[in-house]
Design a protein around this ligand. Structure first.
Ligand SMILES: Cc1cc2nc3c(=O)[nH]c(=O)nc-3n(C[C@H](O)[C@H](O)[C@H](O)COP(=O)(O)OP(=O)(O)OC[C@H]3O[C@@H](n4cnc5c(N)ncnc54)[C@H](O)[C@@H]3O)c2cc1C
Length: 492
């Protein structure tokens, strides 16, 4: 008789857990997946990526309607937004994706799904709904939850997090967003566009604190232009519930207090890892409030217990959870010693225009004391961008002293899609000359990638010395026009 009930047990049915479950079961492992909530899919499907991107699209369409005149169309007198309808569209998109993340689908792959909160009893045994199950290997993929810091009065006043905001039955007239990370910024713009009066309060001196300052400032300028109020270097001192509205007292960088009143408050102040109640101590798994500690192969301090996704507290993105799930499949079942490598890990903030990044930005290059140069390409020089109505935005390509690309940041329309070409170029170790020489369809936004690569190579090709040599060898005669002579005729 087998010593364990399962080859692999997985705790958490979000992006990381589902990736592991699908992979290991298809490779022949007897697999158990335990999920605390009533449905699979995790934060991304129910409270994160999917509802937020659906909301952002709705807000974008409404924004275009309100700005129809900019596109040569008759001005539209738009009606106010009924958020119940917005919310119901969000739910319908979630429902479509839920089929893919259903218990039936995973059962079809051979995975036993149990619903209930799991807790370790020892390093191989987990209790769920009063039952004890054992597995040879375990994977912890319990994700994260909104972090709610202790601010006087906040707990007593009703506030929203990403768990509630997509499921509201009304559009708040006014919204104070605490925090200017990706979630705060995406929601601030979306709700501002839908018609809420939005104010963002950020403790740091810039929004999107992990991005380069110039890029983050450009995003902020755009939001301010759209009517979002920003308070940087500001600390929230107190929140008061006034019945129909809430009051937020903040202190600015100079120590002055200000009081804001809003119908709703969104707390978007980062994430807390889901480790409570997991019984990690019984399993001998080391962790801190920042997350479960893992090595490069994503093994915890117990080598047969792995952790992936948000719960490790490192790269809190769905594509990181999926990537890490794949690393675990390779290690736990294929017995390949695969290590996670985040060198070319991309990420994107889905504000409009989007801000996407891969590799090092300038802040990271400075911290690493690298000698680097920046090549910039503006979206206003991209024909398609102008046709689409985007006149601002920039691509920054960072190269080291050997002129190898160390990172790319794009602030522009569909930047999240545009970064994908760099994902292929950088992971495939392609030369910049290959990118610059590859034909891109015209007119596309993607030409900006080709163009920035070309701009680094152009000075070498069109240099004075190359020109002189060609003139010498092939008897070329040089310039046919001098600056300022363009309007004169041949006869002159
Ligand atoms: C508003 C918002 C927008 C986002 N947008 C993006 C985006 O555009 N792109 C992107 O890449 N990322 C985005 N993210 C981040 C993304 O949602 C997470 O990185 C991703 O969901 C992490 O996946 P995970 O599997 O680690 O955790 P989760 O998806 O959170 O799954 C963990 C699961 O474990 C379950 N669980 C917890 N404890 C237990 C227990 N004791 N027993 C059993 N089950 C348990 C939970 O119920 C949950 O279902 C966004 C996040 C938010 C909040």
């Amino acid at each position: 008789m087998a010593r364990f009930d399962y080859d692999i047990g997985i705790i958490g049915g979000g992006a990381a857990g589902l990736t592991v479950a699908a992979g290991v079961s298809q490779l022949g492992a007897k697999t158990l997946l335990i999920e605390k909530e009533e449905r699979l899919g995790g934060d991304c499907l129910h409270y994160g990526c999917v509802p937020s991107k659906t909301l952002i699209k709705t807000a974008h369409v409404y924004h275009l309607m309100k700005n129809a005149g900019r596109f040569g169309l008759p001005e539209v007198d738009v009606q106010t937004v009924d958020f119940r309808k917005v919310s119901s569209r969000i739910q319908s998109v979630i429902d479509q994706i839920q089929h893919h993340d259903s218990e039936e689908r995973f059962c079809g792959l051979g995975v036993k799904v149990e619903f209930g909160a799991a807790s370790f009893e020892d390093e191989h045994t987990v209790a769920v709904k009063g039952q004890r199950v054992t597995a040879k290997r375990w994977v912890i993929a319990t994700g994260s939850s909104p972090a709610v810091p202790r601010i006087p009065g906040l707990e007593e006043a009703p506030y929203l997090t990403n768990k509630e905001i997509f499921y509201m039955d009304y559009l708040p007239k006014s919204l104070v967003v605490l925090g200017a990370g990706p979630v705060g910024i995406e929601m601030a713009q979306a709700f501002g566009r839908l018609g809420s009066s939005v104010t963002v309060i950020q403790r740091a001196g810039q929004i999107l604190a992990r991005e380069d300052r110039d890029m983050a400032d450009a995003v902020m300028e755009n939001l301010v232009r759209e009517g979002v109020n920003m308070h940087l270097n500001a600390a929230v001192k107190q929140v008061r519930d006034l019945g129909h509205t809430r009051e937020v007292v903040l202190e600015d960088g100079d120590g002055f207090e200000q009081t804001l009143e809003a119908e709703a408050i969104l707390v978007a102040l980062g994430r807390a890892v889901n480790v409570e109640g997991l019984g990690l101590v019984h399993a001998g798994v080391d962790y801190s409030s920042r997350g479960i500690e893992v090595d490069e192969r994503l093994r915890t301090s117990q080598k047969h217990i792995y952790a992936a996704g948000d719960v490790t507290g490192r790269y809190q993105f769905t594509h990181a959870a999926g990537y890490e799930g794949g690393i675990i499949v390779a290690n736990a079942v294929l017995h390949l010693p695969r290590k996670a490598d985040y060198t070319w890990f991309p990420h994107s903030t889905y504000c409009d225009p989007e801000l996407a990044s891969i590799g090092m930005n300038e802040a990271a290059a400075v911290k690493a004391e690298l000698d680097y140069k920046v090549w910039r390409e503006e979206f206003r020089n991209n024909d398609r961008s102008l046709a689409e109505g985007y006149e601002t935005g920039v691509l920054k390509m960072l190269v080291d002293k050997r002129e190898h690309v160390i990172g790319v940041q794009i602030l522009g329309p569909h930047a999240g899609e545009l970064i994908n070409e760099w994902v292929a170029v950088l992971n495939g170790k392609l030369k910049l000359s290959t990118l610059a020489g590859a034909v891109h369809p015209y007119p596309t936004l993607g030409e900006i990638n080709k163009r920035v690569a070309g701009s680094l190579l152009a000075p070498k090709l069109f240099s004075e010395s190359v020109r002189r040599k060609l003139q010498f060898f092939f008897n070329l005669k040089g310039r046919a026009c001098e600056p300022g002579a363009a309007s004169r005729t041949v006869a002159d």
